[in-house]
Design a protein around this ligand. Sequence first.
Ligand SMILES: [Zn+2]
Length: 460
Amino acid sequence: MKKALFVLLVSLTIFSCNSRQKVYDLLEDSSKWTGEEEIVFEDQGLSINGEYKTIVYNPGLFQTFENFELIAEIKTSPGASAEIAFHTKKRDPEMGYKVRIDNSETGNWDKLLKTGSLSAIRNVSYNMLNDDEWFELKIRVVENHISIFINNHPVVSYIEPAIAFRTAEYEKRKIGSGTFSILSLYENSNLLIRKLTVEKLATDEKQKNSDTDYARQITMLNIRNFPICDYHVHIKEDLTMDAALNYSAGLGINYGIAANCGLKFPVQNDEELEAYLNSIHGLPIFKAMQAEGREWVNMFSPELIAGFDYAFTDAMTWTNNNGTRMRLWIPEETEVGDPEDFMEQLVAQIELIATEPISIYVNPTYLPAEIADRYEELWTDERIDRVIKALKENNIALEINSRFKLPGKRFIARAQEEGVKFAMGTNNTTAESLGRLDWSLEMIHEFNIQASEMFLPGLN
Ligand SMILES: [Zn+2]
């Protein structure tokens, strides 16, 4: 009876405390911030400078933040890199999670983590923002569920499992309670924060992370600075952009979303390509162009192509020696004839394709249905080596495709030996076929592929 009353009182207290949902303006009183550096408030807001300089917000005696929604309006100068920590403690800065702010160009392994990353746990490697422009960062924590939004787009939705995998270095990146701090990571960098408010939120039920093995695998890779990206996603059939962004945030897989561009494909000229680029402006994705057929090289202007993070193509659309333009996944359009002759033509096509201005060769080594069951026999070592040589010479990455489970393992092994970079991709046709990069991730583990062996947009 006594125990029941106590529980009731405690829950009433929690309820009454949180129902007020007070909003704290963290920039209202500069004296609440302390650090080894002088705290600088400029006209435009709080200014963050320097290298490994931390400032901490002191909320006052017995005051702590647990469930909350933080909203920050931030502007970075070129080179700026910082982290906002939550559930941290002044006396223990390692405590709590950190959210990265970095709008630098992609292609630098030292600056792999971009704005919106839940650092080391759910990284973001695309860059959706520009320096010198204000943006809004929202961090929402309700019990074990952390959501991060940039300009209201979902970027991270992470449910901390009951037993969360952490290495010793990151063992304190866990849900708890505490205050906020800001850590500046680079010298000669500067960012401004003109708004920083925190609303306390009510307690709620903890969420169940129903797939702890998957969460563990993704966390392990993030801790290793391994870019987890599906570079080959299409908004198609029942998959909407909104749904894709939510999958990406929830699964911890960055998406490269590609338009299909080429003769007899959805995007056929500069006007359509520009309209597409505008339609994805500011979204939390890599902007990708799938170049189709061999005519594409002359169909789009290089300036527009340069607006994408990368372009890729496959060897599924080409014209054979008889003059038949084939799309290999459509049996009615495909002439195989003598399989050996077909293979010679295919390999020659891939060698040609490798000279196109692309970054990734996708759906690699795909064979039409008619001869697909002879894959191991027709992809001889000699043919494999010719393709790998072409990729290497032209600095083109090889997709490990989860949907087709291509290329075969002999091909992956040879590519790894030769130092060809790898990129994970799906090439979904529907929402359901998008999956979770299962096979690509399996190959990454099987071949012990390291982050440095992976493709990174912008890296040459
Ligand atoms: Zn595709």
